[in-house]
Design a protein. Structure first.
Length: 370
């Protein structure tokens, strides 16, 4: 499934991009006055292969959840059980991602790709084919849904051994591809990335260092908010992992297996799945952009499907976005994850496309040009 997905990822359509640029120049506004939204609308036309591109509706956020063996190295002050407890909170609708999803009119699908603590799961929810914005979850229509696709209960400690085998990393990537495919099949016009996994900013930093070559100290952040001593230790942990595994950035599956996480690998697949279906994928914070680097290493044309929702306060996020050549839409100092920054950026993306659908041209409105 990975290989067929990669083979389906194509460059953007130059003709549709030219048409969108031309249309932007004829709309009743000074040229360039919508700033970054104009280039975004051109990129989305190129992705869709048509001008105007479809409105990015409905929106579907997938929150991939997993645990981390590196938790044993005390890189985060939070107990590992919080991952499973937050999954329960997502399903009950009580997390920040739920509040923002309700505001944005987006569906929430939680994917257990590797939570270590057992979850009280609905057996009916364990089928990835059950995912879809219009499928009815246990809480009724519109309620968050759970997909159980657990590859293993958490990764191994990457300071001791590879976090995952290549087969496990591939299984997680393919889960992400499958979830993207099911959400698009069910009608989603845009996919949003979300993550939950106590300790997951440590593998995110290691992935960013591995793919960009930037030093561990520059890409490692404080995550949920570690103290100075833990922060120094966290940098050492990332550096030690890179030294031990010497991951090859040209081998994204190998990098994900050595120093990644199950949610990072699944998110890489989710991005690839969106790109293969030519549907935009709105990236959230540092975990999402670390996974996006892996997706770009698998298929450089996948970048055409990516929209950077925001710039996380984690330093690695800015490094990764620069490497991908993406400018974040908003920069609010968020450092939560879950998909929250992507959801806040969603109206900006919709606005960029809506302009091409609804705004009159100088000709049609009889407005004089300069
Ligand atoms: C209550 C709570 C809710 C969260 N929602 C997202 N995260 C975020 O913080 C975690 C990563 O930070 P670190 O690497 O420092 O552990 C991830 O679970 C991420 O999704 C949360 C963290 C907590 C504690
Ligand atoms: O940028 C993020 O997504 C992030 C930052 C800190 C902790 N968890 C997630």
């Amino acid at each position: 499934m990975l290989e067929t997905t990669l083979a389906a990822i194509r460059p953007p359509d130059a003709e549709a991009m030219t048409a969108a640029r031309d249309l932007q120049g004829r709309l009743t506004k000074p040229a360039g006055s919508l700033g970054a939204l104009e280039e975004l609308s051109v990129r989305l036309a190129g992705l869709a292969g048509t001008c105007p591109p479809p409105l990015p509706e409905p929106a579907a956020v997938a929150v991939f959840a997993g645990d981390h063996g590196v938790h044993a190295q005390r890189v985060t002050p939070w107990p590992q059980e919080v991952t499973a407890q937050m999954v329960a909170n997502f399903l009950a609708g009580g997390a920040v991602v739920n509040a923002f999803a309700r505001q944005a009119g987006a569906s929430v699908t939680v994917v257990d790709v590797g939570v270590a603590t057992p979850l009280p799961t609905d057996p009916d929810a364990s089928d990835p084919d059950a995912a879809g914005p219009d499928a009815e979850g246990p809480g009724g229509p519109g309620a968050p849904r759970l997909i159980v696709a657990k590859v293993r209960p958490g990764t191994r400690d990457l300071t001791v051994t590879a976090a995952l085998t290549r087969d496990e990393a591939r299984a997680a990537v393919e889960t992400g591809i499958a979830v993207a495919g099911r959400l698009v099949d069910a009608g989603a016009g845009i996919l949003l990335t979300g993550d939950m996994g106590i300790g997951n900013t440590t593998p995110a930093a290691a992935l960013i260092a591995a793919f960009t070559g930037v030093d561990a100290a520059e890409v490692t952040g404080r995550g949920t908010g570690v103290d100075d001593e833990t922060y120094q230790h966290k940098i050492d942990v990332v550096r030690a992992a890179l030294r031990r595994h010497a991951p090859d950035p040209a081998d994204p599956l190998g990098v994900l297996a050595a120093v990644g996480g199950l949610e990072h690998a699944a998110l890489a697949g989710f991005v690839l799945g969106a790109a293969a279906r030519r549907v935009p994928v709105l990236l959230d914070g540092v975990i999402a952009v670390s996974a996006a680097l892996a997706a770009a290493a698998f298929a450089s044309d996948a970048v055409a499907a990516m929209v950077a929702g925001h710039r996380s306060a984690e330093p690695g996020a800015g490094v990764a976005l620069r490497h991908l050549g993406l400018d974040p839409l908003i920069d609010l100092g968020l450092r939560l994850g879950e998909g929250t920054g992507a959801l806040l950026a969603l109206p900006v993306v919709t606005g960029a496309v809506r302009v091409l659908h609804e705004v009159a041209t100088f000709d049609s409105a009889g407005v004089a040009e300069k």
